[in-house]
Design a protein around this ligand. Structure first.
Ligand code: FAD
Ligand code: NAP
Length: 448
């Protein structure tokens, strides 16, 4: 690990999900003082508000580890603080306050709209909003997301499986249709995640669908039986079913339009049939021009996310733009924010985790990426002189935060909140209890 001698280097890490928290640990261990600024009151990001809510053991383990990391004296936590171009605290403000480098680990908070007609209809959602809702992140926690009886889930990754888990086991809808633009050999979910809904798979419908796409698969050398076996690989350890929901797949179907009916509600999903074109050892979906309608009353896009355009960094495709010729590469990757208009890196600004590569990988991947982003940033710091007095910058930051008028949450506040929620869970005999609004959380911490 790159190491610097004393504690007067000052770094702002923006976003306390796994990438930001593990990066903060790395930076602090190397001798930098870290201000960790986080939009949510609680740290954890998608580990708190993305991972399925009943994975109590995994979530509690991560919470404990994050708490231990935040306990380090070289890390200050500022929760309930949104950094952005219009939030009263920008990346430039942090630089002006005296932070020598800023590591952006805010995840991928934007929505990957496909620009389809009907995306704004009631009953058309993006998975992240629903995930935030059932994991109780304000304000999504208290927002209504009416779900009908027949639900199309667009995309076949693990997020789709999490949403399927929710609508099959909690909402017990009649039918769930996973709509994939490619075929059975290109599903991206893992065997473990199918176990939650495997017993709801409509076997007859699966066999009909596999038979429909088999000639195309065979023609491009794909193993039809292996793909079918994988889809059913969750059966041996499947959870016992709790609903009669039918779960089926609709392959080689790319959404083109969401149809609206009475009251502006979804009444169908129009898809274009696709074929598979081999491309660089993988396949691509190519539209065939023929269209049909999938009979559903709810559509959920589970197709990944994009970074937030309003954060204040240049965005291309779904990600913040990185320096194509990094000055501080780590494992051959660029962690440096870059302005394509000036053709130059944005001095002192680094990106990591899902902010560097949107919707990519598990917590372990975000952890490694955060640590590597910290390593890149430490290389940069080595070329700078330490600040004379870090407290000057920390006081400036306090003044900026005061001006936003929002209560700022410290690590001790988080501990009080967690203790309150643990006590409430015990009192109610629940595995977990989570307050649903910021106001309730502030009151529980004695800040309102
Ligand atoms: C639905 C879902 C389920 C998942 N389930 C699993 C699982 O079971 N197991 C597993 O290993 N991985 C799982 N993952 C993947 C895992 O959650 C991610 O790999 C990881 O959380 C990404 O970490 P990150 O720190 O880059 O971003 P995030 O976790 O998104 O953290 C971003 C942080 O930045 C903060 N932030 C956002 N905007 C701002 C701003 N403007 N200013 C300040 N702070 C800001 C947010 O409050 C948040 O705390 C899941 C992901 C999803 C979407
Ligand atoms: N329980 C868990 O462990 C868990 C839970 C949730 C998420 N995660 C992780 O989080 C990461 C993100 O998961 P994810 O499910 O969002 O992403 P993902 O695994 O990349 O799956 C995205 C799906 O959306 C499809 N898609 C993308 N763009 C599309 C478009 N324009 N039109 C139609 N379909 C489109 C993809 O199809 P193509 O393949 O054709 O592009 C793919 O099927 C993954 O690493 C995942 O493993 C893990």
């Amino acid at each position: 690990m790159t190491s610097i001698d004393q504690s007067q280097y000052l770094v702002a890490v923006i976003g306390a999900g796994p990438a930001g928290i593990y990066a903060a640990r790395q930076l602090s261990a190397a001798g930098a003082h870290v201000a960790l600024l986080n939009r949510d009151i609680k740290p954890g990001g998608l580990a708190e508000y993305g991972i399925y809510y009943d994975k109590h053991k995994m979530k509690e383990g991560l919470r404990r580890q994050f708490g231990q990391i935040l306990d380090a004296p070289g890390i200050d936590y500022y929760g309930n603080v949104t950094v952005g171009k219009d939030t009263g605290l920008s990346l430039d403000d942090l630089q002006a306050a005296g932070f020598q480098a800023r590591l952006v680990t805010v995840g991928a908070q934007g929505t990957k709209w496909l620009g389809l007609p009907g995306e704004d209809l009631s009953g058309a959602y993006h998975a992240k909003d629903l995930v935030y809702h059932y994991n109780r992140l304000p304000p999504f926690s208290t927002r209504a997301f009416p779900i009908g009886r027949r639900v199309a889930l667009v995309g076949v990754g693990n997020v789709m499986m999490d949403i399927a888990h929710w609508v099959v086991r909690d909402l017990k809808v009649d039918e769930v249709i996973a709509v994939a633009r490619r075929g059975p050999a290109e599903v991206k979910f893992s065997k473990k995640e199918i176990e939650n809904v495997a017993r709801n798979i409509d076997m007859d419908a699966l066999d009909v669908e596999i038979a429909r796409v088999a000639p195309l698969m065979t023609s491009i050398g794909q193993d039809v039986d292996a793909a079918r076996d994988f889809i059913l690989s969750g059966l041996p350890k499947a959870l016992p079913p709790v609903s009669s929901t039918r779960f089926r797949f609709d392959f080689l179907a790319s959404p083109t339009r969401i149809l609206g009916g009475d009251g502006g509600r979804v009444c169908g999903l129009e898809v274009e049939d696709t074929t598979l074109v081999p491309a660089n050892g993988d396949t691509k979906a190519r539209g065939l021009g023929t269209k049909r309608v999938v009979d559903v009353d709810t559509v959920v896009f589970c197709i990944g996310d994009r970074v937030d355009e309003n954060f204040g960094l240049p965005v291309k495709w779904n990600e913040f733009v990185k320096n194509p010729t990094p000055r501080f590469p780590v494992e051959g990757l660029s962690y440096e924010a870059y302005d394509p208009q000036t053709g130059a890196p944005i001095t002192g600004v680094f990106v990591a985790g899902w902010s560097r590569e949107a919707s990519s990988g598990l917590v372990g991947v975000a952890r490694k990426d955060g640590e590597n982003g910290a390593r890149a940033l430490l290389q940069y710091l080595q070329g700078l002189s330490p600040v004379d007095d870090k407290n000057v910058a920390l006081v400036s930051l306090s003044q900026l935060l005061h001006k936003t008028g929002q209560p700022v949450i410290s690590k001790d506040d988080v501990k009080r909140l967690e203790a309150f929620e643990r006590a409430e869970a015990e009192r109610q005999g629940l595995e977990e209890f989570k307050l649903k609004t910021n106001e309730e959380m502030l009151a529980a911490m004695g800040l309102a």
